[in-house]
Design a protein around this ligand. Structure first.
Ligand code: NAD
Length: 271
């Protein structure tokens, strides 16, 4: 084979195992489903109604013929994160792909920002990724193959007012991603951050009332003058577009992409 050819049969992630945090809804669920469609076994995680999550899990198994397990780990609790990662190793024998996706938001001016919301956002959006990565990396390095995909945000690259904790956590995950990429570079392990603009999920819907209060706007004004104002395409990004990028980063064709912060933001951060 010529050195510039991508080995097609090695581009497969079939039979590998992925842990996707916060995959009971939104972007995480779309990524879990897209990985399952490639034949990847899954450990899904997140909060929500137990029966609905079980239906989601069984749906993934049935539709894609992979094994899917669910961990209810609360990512604010390092002990529960460690148990989730140990469960994935025990059940599947390895964690080959780690998608740090779980995230929460809170919108308020910094003087009024509740300290417990700051702690919660830093814990879920940033520290949880440290705990999962710390645990998954030794096995990935030993097997000389691994993919770490962090779902950051356009807010890893630029700031917006009233989102101090979120912007700080997302800039933090950008730094973590680059550091992990450098440490893992010679082990066949990549670490990248996807930086979506506004994606129409519950995380965005939930911040509309707070933004209405913080800015004194109507719901429609928040959508057009705050959210889509930043996005030159004037369209929300779709969860499946983010999922397709995550799957590509897991392929062998993407093995030279590491330490990258990749916007998928309708041109937001080009401005
Ligand atoms: P979402 O609310 O649909 O999903 C968030 C997921 O995180 C859910 O599965 C939820 O159960 C889980 N989660 C929340 N707290 C948790 C905890 N303590 N323990 C375990 N799981 C927990 O939101 P989303 O928009 O799909 O967000 C996913 C990621 O994408 C987040 O990191 C978010 O910051 C990022 N992101 C979203 C947008 C957007 O516009 N929606 C834009 C850029 C980045």
């Amino acid at each position: 084979m010529l050195p510039d050819q991508v080995p097609r049969d090695e581009a497969m992630i079939k039979g590998k195992t992925a842990v996707v945090t916060g995959s009971t809804s939104g972007i995480g669920l779309a990524i879990a489903r897209a990985l399952a469609a490639e034949g990847t076994n899954l450990l899904i995680n997140g909060l929500g109604d137990e029966a609905a999550i079980e239906r989601t899990r069984l749906g993934i198994e049935g539709e894609f013929g992979v094994a899917a397990r669910y961990s209810p780990a609360d990512l604010t609790v390092p002990r529960e994160i460690n148990a989730m990662m140990a469960e994935a190793e025990t059940r599947f024998g390895s964690v080959d792909i780690l998608v740090n996706n779980a995230g929460v938001q809170f919108v308020a001016p910094i003087e009024a920002f509740p300290p417990d919301q700051w702690d919660r956002i830093i814990a879920i959006n940033l520290s949880a990724a440290f705990h999962t990565t710390r645990t998954a990396l030794p096995g990935m390095k030993a097997r000389r193959w691994g993919r770490i995909v962090n779902i950051a945000s356009a807010h890893a690259l630029v700031a917006s007012p009233f989102k101090s904790a979120y912007v700080a956590a997302k800039h933090g995950i950008a730094g973590l991603t680059k550091t992990v990429a450098l440490e893992a570079a010679t082990f066949g392990v990549t670490a990248n951050a996807i930086c979506p603009g506004y994606v129409w999920t519950s995380l965005v819907k939930k911040q509309i009332p707070d933004t209405m209060r913080a800015r004194g706007m109507t719901e429609q004004q928040v959508i057009s003058d705050v959210l889509l104002q930043a996005q030159p395409t004037k369209e929300f990004v779709k969860v499946d577009e983010v999922a397709a990028m995550a799957v590509f980063l897991c392929s062998d064709a993407a093995k030279s992409i590491t330490g990258a912060l990749l916007p998928i933001d309708g041109g937001w951060t080009a401005a």
